[in-house]
Design a protein around this ligand. Structure first.
Ligand code: FAD
Ligand code: FES
Length: 281
């Protein structure tokens, strides 16, 4: 049995600076041992521990889709010790990835349904994974209408801008990109907070429609009543939590909310499940 604390060695293949403030970078990793890529089989919504030698590990959502082969991608915000060190690393550097960890968005339940993706800020990472997964030619027929409502503070703070532009051109996905404010005269999308745009653009809730919501707490706080107003059942609202974590495998007890370990039982929960849990997130 594989030691669950042992990271797979990876090489940084490419680094993309995503935002104008340069605090968000996407790291594309290639496994040093090709057989490790098979062992790292993941589903959209899962995360991994990125391991920087001598600094530590950080839990980060997997931004690539399982349908993208030969590499795995993560988008990391520079906030503290490990993420800042990662931001100084260069293509060609070697580090580790431990995972995949946690559960994933409920892809079986979402089959044949309308999927509304609602994201804000850098939490869009696993949502990018989900969109690429659903749009894959082998999977698109499994889902009905796909809506994406994605907001950032300003145009320069949006992630994956060239992909957003490409998705805008497609007729099998409804994109609703928004920014809190824009001083760009060429900005052609929405201006307004995510909850406001959700109220304007999201389809009403019904038995065939699920929302996946991922973003900063303030966005979640104001989006939830909008989804209530639009009649989304709480077991059709899916959320991903970002708790402090250490082991990532349900052993250290660092991430629990009541009896649930966010690293193992989550990070994905329905709002019905969260309603049963103490408000510690
Ligand atoms: C399941 C999961 C998925 C995540 N996905 C992403 C992702 O895709 N991209 C990304 O950039 N970040 C993501 N995060 C958050 C990321 O793990 C933290 O930002 C990171 O651990 C910070 O580590 P550090 O050593 O750089 O900072 P530290 O030196 O440990 O801390 C710096 C600052 O960040 C705060 N902080 C540290 N950890 C967290 C946390 N988990 N939540 C909130 N505040 C924290 C500290 O209080 C401190 O103020 C995710 C977290 C979880 C649990
Ligand atoms: S991080 Fe150790 S139990 Fe969840």
């Amino acid at each position: 049995m594989q030691n669950p604390y042992l990271p797979y060695p990876v090489r940084i293949d490419e680094i993309i600076t995503e935002t104008v403030d340069k605090n968000l970078k996407t790291f594309r990793f290639v496994f040093l041992n090709p057989e490790d890529e098979q062992k790292f089989a993941y589903k959209a919504g899962q995360f991994a521990e990125l391991s920087v030698t001598g600094k530590g590990e950080i839990p980060i959502g997997i931004a690539s889709s399982p349908t993208e082969k030969g590499f795995v991608k993560f988008t990391v915000n520079k906030v503290g010790l490990v993420s800042s060190c990662l931001h100084t690393m260069k293509a060609g550097d070697i580090m580790g990835i431990r995972g995949p960890l946690g559960n994933w968005y409920p892809w079986e339940a979402l089959k044949g349904k309308n999927v509304v993706i609602i994201g804000g800020g850098f939490a869009f990472t696993t949502l990018r994974s989900s969109i690429v997964y659903m749009l894959d030619p082998a999977n698109r027929k499994d889902f009905k209408d796909i809506h994406v409502i994605y907001g950032a503070r300003s145009p320069g703070m949006l992630l994956y801008r060239s992909e957003l532009a490409a998705w805008e051109q497609r007729d099998d996905i409804n994109m609703h990109i928004t920014v809190d404010a824009s001083d760009d005269p060429d900005w052609k999308y929405n201006v307004g907070f995510v909850p406001t745009i959700t109220e304007q653009k999201a389809p009403p809730g019904d038995a065939d429609t699920y929302a996946i919501v991922c973003g900063p707490p303030i966005m979640i706080k104001f989006t939830q009543p909008v989804l209530d107003k639009l009649n989304y059942a709480h077991d059709h609202i899916i959320m991903s939590l970002e708790m402090r974590m250490k082991c990532g495998i349900g052993i250290c007890g660092r991430c629990n909310i009541g009896k649930e370990f966010v690293c193992k039982d989550g990070p994905v929960f329905t709002l019905s499940q969260l309603n049963q849990m103490p408000r510690e997130y």
